[in-house]
Design a protein around this ligand. Structure first.
Ligand code: AMP
Ligand code: GLY
Length: 426
């Protein structure tokens, strides 16, 4: 089967690496891809939201399966676009419907869904310009810290955790009246702050059955010791030591099952990944957010540990046999460390030559490209997050150390990475 994968990050390099191992995968195309994905297939010159170019490619290249990496095309309705087109209907699409992708595309939608399904999540209220004054009163009376979220997609920047009421009121004004995130902050969700340790859990579902395909802990802050600004993720570890059978059972019973049953009850068509962003509060799981995709860099540790053929899983999801599949994991730990451009998550420069990529890599490590591109003089940086180095180890410490040793062989001007990934488990 020929497969088209949409995206260009470390997540997509990891997906390309994993899918290319499947005997079901004939030709793999990646749009637009990066310098790393080019080793597993052919990079295509169109973007993830260019549905007409995607359609043309699917027809010309006889694509049998479309796998979607990032959230934008999901929220823009790529699943519906394929279902509504007679030339594309036969293609297996790994994605939720546009209506179901609102679980990620609208914070207010996902909060209401969780409330309807009785899924544990922080108490909240939603406001627009229409009830702005009421919102100010709600915030003024709220305990601190208080969390403000732009309703729509804001490239991971739409969440503000305010430590003072003044800060919260100012952010509220900027979001709603100042249209800080444009249409995305026309509506704002104000919610209670949850304290604990975050963990990401991933399932693949056909909207009726599901399989848990892994979990990970992401290190979101730019600085060591979890300090400084939030990023897309600076590193990950899997498995997470506190994800024992007891906790996993609570996650399954209280969160995963009501979510999947809720999708079916509410006729929300779903054929893809659900990423549960959870908070472990004193041993009890709470949902912070849903995403309709895999995480990045979570994928760079989840897929190396997943031994089951990913393309077979997608096919099983499509033909209703997901429940019969066997999910096997590598028993070892996996850690990934992300190398980022100087200045990230603020402004940064691109087009820096990456040195050391020719370093021999042991079978215990994999270099996944994120923001990279091929040029005549070599591989250049092309984004804030540049490379994720994943390694296996008998312990998290061992895995992290292997990635750090390899990271030391690689350099580009301004390169930065966290040396303390997994610190609390080492
Ligand atoms: P989100 O875009 O919803 O993932 O939020 C980004 C980050 O903000 C999350 O990964 C958490 O670290 C933090 N966050 C969001 N909501 C809450 C909350 N209610 N309590 C504590 N932290 C939160
Ligand atoms: N690493 C967090 C995310 O992918 O949203």
């Amino acid at each position: 089967m020929n497969i088209l994968l949409l995206g260009s990050g470390g997540r997509e390099h990891a997906m390309a690496w994993k899918m290319s191992q499947s005997h079901h995968c004939d030709t793999l195309l990646i749009a637009p891809g990066n310098a790393g994905t080019a080793a597993f297939g052919k990079n295509m010159p169109f973007g993830v939201n260019d549905f007409e170019a995607i359609k043309k490619c699917c027809i010309q290249e006889k694509i049998g399966m479309l796998v979607v990496g990032p959230e934008d095309p999901l929220v823009n309705g790529i699943y519906d676009f394929f279902q509504n087109d007679a030339c594309l209907q036969h293609i297996t699409v790994v994605a939720p419907s546009k209506a179901a992708a609102q679980l990620e595309g609208s914070k207010a939608f996902s909060k209401k869904f969780m409330q309807r399904q009785g899924i544990p999540t922080a108490a909240y209220a939603e406001f627009t310009e229409g009830n702005y004054e009421l919102g100010k009163k709600y915030i003024a009376a709220h305990s601190l810290p208080v969390v403000l979220k732009a309703d729509g997609l804001a490239a991971g920047k739409g969440v503000i955790i305010a430590k003072t009421t003044e800060e919260a009121l100012q952010s509220f004004e900027e979001m709603i009246l100042g249209k800080q995130f444009g249409e995305a902050s026309r509506k704002v969700v104000v919610e209670a702050f949850l304290t604990g340790i975050e963990v990401s859990v991933f399932i693949l579902t056909d909207g009726i059955d599901y399989q848990i395909i892994g979990h990970a802990k992401d290190y979101k802050r730019i600085g060591e010791g979890d300090t400084g600004l939030n990023t897309g993720g600076m590193g990950c570890v899997s498995p997470v030591p506190f994800m024992d059978e007891d906790f996993m059972q609570k996650v399954t019973e209280r969160i995963i099952e009501p979510t999947v049953k809720g999708l079916a009850k509410e006729n929300l068509v779903y054929h893809g990944f659900i990423f549960f962003g959870l908070m472990n509060m004193d041993g009890e799981p709470w949902v912070i957010e849903y995403n309709c995709r895999m995480g990045d860099p979570e994928t760079e540790v989840v897929l190396p540990r997943l031994q089951t053929d990913l393309v077979s899983l997608f096919a099983a999801m499509d033909n209703g046999t997901l429940v019969d599949t066997n999910i096997n994991f590598d028993e070892r730990s996996c850690a990934t460390i992300m190398a980022v451009s100087g200045g990230y998550p603020g402004d940064y420069e691109k087009n820096k030559l990456i040195k050391g990529l020719e370093t021999p890599v042991s079978k215990d490590s994999i270099i996944f490209h994120a923001g990279t591109k091929l040029a005549e003089n070599g591989i250049l940086t092309n984004g804030g997050r540049v490379l994720a180095i994943s390694s296996y180890g008998d312990t998290i410490s061992e895995a992290v150390e292997k990635s750090k040793i390899l990271m030391n062989q690689i350099s580009f001007e301004g390169m930065n990475y966290r040396r303390d990934i997994g610190y609390e488990f080492r």
